[in-house]
Every structure is written in structure tokens, then in C-alpha cells.
Design a protein. Structure first.
Lengths: 287, 383
């Protein structure tokens, strides 16, 4: 029973990682840029979730608004940060991204204050018995459901729509896609919108689970999401999703059973080193 | 147009500068390093509010020996590599008569060494690492060491609450580890059996796995170290999982923010700390009122600690009668002062000797629960 309980906890954690890592791996696939500042958008999403819920009383509205607003901020970050740097080596964009991430923590602190902010009346806190002896708060169940729905949506988008097909074409060969009439810039803006909106959804979910948002809440996701997309094979969406779930589960078990050996946050990296020694291109890379 | 705007600005700046020049010539400067940016900025802000309040209160009563106190504030980001050069700057450039740390242990240790080498008195307001006061004779601490508070926690759980099977959840930094060491050290004396211990990192807010495991162990009580931003989510998740046993924390929880984050789950949580909100002590009462007026949020332990450290310094300055560093150091060493965090005196090492306050959350506020008063148990190391 304990094992099942912990497995479910790991699944919840993994779902959050998946929502964050998706945007990161999409951006990498498209632009070959490690978008560290993605974690700032996660934090922004969390803040908007709490503030809008507190102002309006509606978590649903807060979630939708946070995703839309952060989606546009993501597009803006492409426009002012990455687009001018596309002709430069990827390292330049990476350094710029890290700079923006560090600055954003202080900007959040200046705007929202150094103290954490909590929900006035935290929604979705009722307990539901999902299996005999195992109950979860509605918020936890919501995390998994939301991740599932959003990721299914992306899957549908990528398989069934022109945008999705054009995106996949651009990832494989941007020049060829462009010469076939694909507007690469539209694709890039769309990807930044979707990836950032997902990060915002993750931020809202984390704010709900912990009942707090704080300026530094993006610190762990900033580097752990990088580990996840490397594990999954850079740029691979399916790889990133599986790596997210695996890492969530391994970390959760590790918290209990590897406690004396490894800090929870170092488990990701121990796992990463191990995998890269065996499969240098990630678990799910081809070849 | 240009002249019209610029001239008054320059004139204003000059008059300000001359005013500052005259004022600072008479002021007694106290260095204050505090994290105002970075991960510890929330605590830093409280510490600064507390310290500024103390300075305002002292100056409103005529200052010290006819001079006004002046805080020289630097942001150390709770980082040793920031704190060390700032300490040098405070001593050589600002020529402070003494320094106060409103910061965490890492930064405080780095600064303490430099203050001590230069024979300038330095007081740690709430940093808990044992080595801070060992930097030298000029370094004092007005808050409890982690070990001391850990021992008080053991007495509270084992003797006062009579709970024997205890699970520990330990924050794996110097704060959490030293609390855990103190707790384990004395747990046996109070009949406590530690059935398990889990460690977590300061970045963790998600405790699902630990909570599930504790639920399966069914302890009598939980001793959990942490700060309000880790303990808030932790307590919330423990209670949500149906774990209703007593949770005992420490001064790291001591903020209204803890109650805000944990919500109803915070009811009944007990902590060992140094601020008694229901105290009848007028210094404490005026601090609590002054702090919430000044800061715009309720008083917390960190604010009280910053306040206490400045009051101790002001008291010592007035007893020393001058700003000579050696006589100021001796005056601090012989402190016996009623401050916002209780009756303050120091042992030979410069560690504070005082009772531990136990606070409990009732109806959404911290309240008095009991006092751990045991000079032997709570004796800090003297060397």
C-alpha cells in the first residue's frame, strides 16, 4: 500500500515536470536553444494563479488567464531575447537566457515582495479516497488530469493540424519547410506560446499544492527541466514526457529509500550521469 | 527650463549632503549586514524592520549618551562572499563602532571572523551556527544556538507533552542539522524513541513521499525543522494526509506567513522560539505593536531578534559611556537586559542565556503555550 501511495506521489511530481519540460524541449527542438528563462514563466504563472484567484475567487479563470498571459510573455521573450540572437552561436542565447532568469527572480521580488504569497482560501483541498486507504486532495488529482488533458491536446495539435505538421517539418529541416511555404516565424511564436502556457499551468498547479508562490520558486525547475530534456534526448517530446514521469517516480522513492545517500535534487543528476554514460544521447534517442 | 529644474536639484542635494555631514559627525554608526535580495530576502526584510525600529525607539528617547544611533545597512544576500568584503568596508570605510548580523549563518560566520580580527564588537541576531561566537572575544549571539533549541524541543515533546515515539523531519542545512543534533542528544533523557528521520533540502516544498511514509509509521509526534516557507507546505501536506499527531517546530516557523501558508492545518502546531506574543513585558509589547505599524505585517522572530541585538548594543554603549571598542565589548559581555526576546545575558563564549518560549497556533495566531526554563538543559557551550 505504501509503495502504491509513493508511486502515485511520484506520478504527480512527474506530471508537473512534464508540463514544464514540454515547452523547453519544444523550444530546443525548434531553435537549438536551452531556454533557461522558461522557469521564470513558470514562476510568473504561479503568481498570476494566486493573485487572480484571490481577486476573483475563480481558480478556473486564474488558470486560463495565467496560461494566456504567460503564453504572450513567452512570445515576447522570443521576440526580444532570442530572435535577435538567432544568428549568434547558441551559447550566446543560453547566457542571455540565464541572465534573464536571474534578473527575473529579483524582478518578482521587487514587484511582489520578498515574502511568499498564499491563497486566501486555497481551492481544491478536499480529500478524495482514490483507492482503499489512499486519499488525495482534489488539487493533486487535478494536477495529473490537467497534465493529461494538455499533453493529449498537444499530441492532437501536432498530428492533426497544419500548425502541428508544419512544426514537425520545421524541426526536421527548417530550410526545406520554409521553401515549402511554411512561415517559420509563426511556428516559433506558436511554440513559445504553447510551451510558456504549459509552464504557467505547472506554476498554478504547484502554487496550489504548496499554497505559496515565492520569487525563487523557479530555481529548481530551471535546472531540473534541463536534466529532464537531456535525459529524454534533446528535442524529443515523447522522450521528455517519459523522462519526466520516470524522474518524478525515482525521486519520490529516492526521498524515502536513498535519503541517507543522496539529496532529492541530486538524484536527478546522478540518474542523468548514469544514463549519459550508457546512452550519451539520452534514453529515448534513436541510435 | 533646464536650469530651472537642475538648479534646485543641485541646491537640494548640497543642502542634504551638508545636513548628512553634520548629522553623521555626531551619530554612532552601527554596521548591519542583512540579506535584502536573494533567497533569504524575506527574513532580511523582517530583520531590518526590527533593527530600524530599535534605532528609532532609542533615538526617540534621546539616543545614547547624547548621540543618535545610525544604521549602516548592507545587503549581503546571505552569502559569505558578499559578507566578508562588506565587513571590511563597514570597519575601515564606515568606521562603525560595532556590527550586527541580520543574516544567516554562512554570511555571519564570514563577517564575524573579520570583525573579531579587527577587535570590533559583532552581534549575531539570529544566525545559529556554533562557530560564529568562536570567531573570537568580540562576537556575541543574542539568539539560541540550534542545539539549545533542539534540546528544548526534546523536553517539550518527551516530558511536557509526554509523547515517546517520534519521527524527525530534518532540514539538511546548518540550521536543521544543529537542531536535530540537540534534539537527538537529549531525546533519550526524556524517554523519546526516534523511530525514523527524513532529511529534505531547503528548496523542497513537496513532501508527498515523506508524508506517505510517516503515515505508515504512525508516530506519537513529529519533530520537524524548517523555515515557514518549507514548514508551511509540510504541515499542510501532513494534515491533508490525515496525520493529526502533534507537530513541533522551531523559530524558523515563527512568522504569520507560516499560518497563512498552512491555513487551518497550522492549528495546534507548536514551536520553540524566543518571541512570546502574549508576553506582559512592556519591551516585547511595544516591539510587537511598533513592528506591525512599521512593517505592515505582524511581528516575527527574525524581526524581534534584529530588534533585540540593536537594543543590547545600545544598552552596552550607554553603560560603556564612550565608543571605545574594548570597553564596548566588555559592556556587552556584562549585559543584563530585558529585551523583546526576553532577559538577555551572555556566557563566557558570548552565547545568550535565556528561557525558551513555546508558542502554539490558536485561532490563526501564535500564542503563548509554555516556557522551557531549565538553565542546565539550555546551557550553551562556554568555549
Amino acid at each position: 500500500m505504501l509503495a502504491i501511495d509513493i508511486l502515485i506521489q511520484g506520478f504527480i511530481q512527474g506530471s508537473i515536470y512534464a508540463l514544464i519540460a514540454l515547452g523547453l524541449t519544444l523550444v530546443y527542438g525548434l531553435l537549438r536553444i536551452l531556454h533557461v528563462a522558461h522557469a521564470s514563466l513558470f514562476t510568473l504563472g504561479g503568481y498570476l494563479g494566486v493573485l487572480i484567484t484571490n481577486a476573483t475567487g475563480s481558480l478556473f479563470l486564474a488558470l486560463i488567464l495565467a496560461m494566456i498571459v504567460v503564453g504572450f510573455v513567452g512570445m515576447l521573450s522570443y521576440r526580444i531575447l532570442y530572435r535577435p540572437l538567432l544568428s549568434q552561436p547558441p551559447l550566446i542565447a543560453l547566457i542571455a537566457s540565464i541572465g534573464i532568469f536571474i534578473a527575473s527572480e529579483e524582478i518578482f521580488r521587487i514587484i511582489f515582495g520578498p515574502f511568499s504569497i498564499s491563497y486566501v482560501a486555497a481551492p481544491l483541498q478536499n480529500q478524495i479516497e482514490i483507492l482503499p486507504g489512499i486519499s488525495m486532495s482534489e488539487a493533486r488529482i487535478m494536477v495529473v488530469l490537467l497534465a493529461f488533458v494538455l499533453l493529449l491536446g498537444v499530441n492532437w495539435l501536432s498530428r492533426r493540424t497544419r500548425l502541428g505538421i508544419a512544426t514537425r517539418a520545421t524541426v526536421v529541416d527548417p530550410d526545406m519547410a520554409m521553401s515549402s511555404g511554411v512561415n517559420v516565424d509563426v511556428i516559433r511564436y506558436s511554440i513559445f506560446f504553447i510551451g510558456s502556457a504549459f509552464a504557467a499551468a505547472a506554476g498554478v498547479m504547484v502554487s496550489l499544492l504548496n499554497n505559496l508562490v515565492e520569487p525563487t520558486m523557479g530555481a529548481v525547475p530551471s535546472y531540473k527541466a534541463l536534466a529532464i530534456i537531456v535525459l529524454g534526448g534533446l528535442g524529443s517530446v515523447r522522450g521528455a514526457l517519459i523522462a519526466s514521469l520516470l524522474l518524478g517516480i525515482i525521486e519520490t522513492f529516492g526521498t524515502i529509500y536513498l535519503d541517507d545517500l543522496l539529496d532529492r535534487d541530486s538524484i536527478a543528476f546522478a540518474f542523468l550521469i548514469l544514463v549519459l554514460m550508457i546512452r550519451p544521447k539520452g534514453i529515448f534517442s534513436k541510435g | 527650463m533646464f536650469k530651472k529644474i537642475i538648479f534646485p536639484i543641485i541646491a537640494g542635494a548640497m543642502s542634504l549632503a551638508s545636513y548628512a555631514g553634520i548629522a553623521s559627525a555626531e551619530n554612532i554608526k552601527i554596521g548591519f549586514n542583512v540579506p535584502l535580495t536573494g533567497f533569504a530576502a524575506a527574513d532580511g526584510q523582517s530583520a531590518l524592520h526590527g533593527a530600524e525600529l530599535a534605532v528609532e525607539q532609542v533615538n526617540a528617547n534621546g539616543g545614547v549618551n547624547g548621540s543618535m544611533l545610525e544604521l549602516v545597512v548592507y545587503d549581503d544576500q546571505a552569502s559569505p562572499k558578499e559578507a566578508a568584503p562588506l565587513a571590511i568596508k563597514m570597519i575601515t570605510q564606515d568606521e562603525v563602532v560595532a556590527g550586527v548580523s541580520g543574516s544567516y549563518s554562512g554570511a555571519t560566520r564570514a563577517a564575524a571572523t573579520i570583525f573579531s580580527e579587527n577587535s570590533v564588537p559583532y552581534i549575531s541576531a539570529y544566525a545559529i551556527h556554533p562557530d560564529i561566537t568562536r570567531a573570537g572575544d568580540y562576537v556575541f549571539r543574542t539568539s539560541f544556538m540550534g542545539e539549545v533549541q533542539g534540546r528544548a524541543g526534546a523536553k517539550l515533546i518527551g516530558e511536557m507533552l509526554g509523547k515517546k515515539r517520534v519521527t524527525m523531519i530534518t532540514l539538511n542545512n546548518d540550521f536543521g542539522i544543529s537542531l536535530a543534533n540537540g534534539f537527538k542528544d537529549k531525546a533519550g533523557d526524556f524517554g523519546i524513541e526516534i523511530i525514523s528521520e527524513y532529511e529534505y533540502s531547503i528548496k523542497d516544498r513537496e513532501f508527498g513521499a515523506i508524508v506517505s511514509k510517516i503515515k505508515s509509521e504512525n508516530p506519537d509526534a513529529i519533530y520537524a525543522s524548517g523555515y515557514f516557507f518549507t514548514a508551511g507546505p509540510l504541515v499542510r501536506q501532513l494534515r491533508a494526509a490525515g496525520i493529526n499527531q502533534p507537530v513541533v517546530g522551531q523559530e524558523g516557523y515563527d512568522s504569520q506567513k507560516f499560518i497563512e501558508i498552512a491555513g487551518d492545518a497550522s492549528e495546534g502546531v507548536m514551536i520553540t522560539t524566543s518571541l512570546d506574543r502574549d508576553s506582559s513585558n512592556p519591551v516585547t509589547q511595544s516591539f510587537i505593536e511598533g513592528f506591525s505599524n512599521k512593517a505592515g505585517y505582524p511581528a516575527d522572530m527574525v524581526g524581534a531578534s534584529g530588534h533585540t541585538a540593536i537594543l543590547v548594543l545600545a544598552d552596552a554603549l550607554s553603560r560603556a559611556g564612550n565608543t571605545d571598542k574594548a570597553s564596548l565589548r566588555d559592556a556587552i559581555a556584562s549585559t543584563n537586559l530585558e529585551a523583546s526576546t526576553g532577559q538577555i545575558s551572555f556566557n563566557a563564549l558570548g552565547e545568550v542565556q535565556k528561557d525558551v518560549q513555546v508558542q502554539v497556533v490558536r485561532d490563526g495566531n501564535w500564542h503563548h503555550h509554555s516556557v522551557v526554563s531549565d538553565a542546565v538543559l539550555l546551557a550553551p557551550p562556554a568555549e
